[in-house]
Design a protein. Sequence first.
Length: 105
Amino acid sequence: TIIDSPVGLPGRVIKNRFLEKISAGMKKPIKCPWKCLKTCDIKSAPYCICAALTNAKKGLLERGFAFAGANTFKIDAIISVKELIKTLLTGYENAAVTATHPETS
């Protein structure tokens, strides 16, 4: 999903309940704890982007969201970093075996 951030820039995000509430007009920032971005007008912004990203970093996605890359549609599960590395290493090892012994594949 592409959203317009409070700083006026588009962003590709993983759609979640927080963003659905934003779209429905249910969220409004009460105050801005950081005042970090000049382009962010907290009076008209539907949420504080710094608070949303900080919440997401803490795993509190009911109060935030995560940005995503262009290939996000390919993802069918969210896995741990440990599991991702294991999958990548297995793929690499299988490719190395195939490259050195093409007759066995």
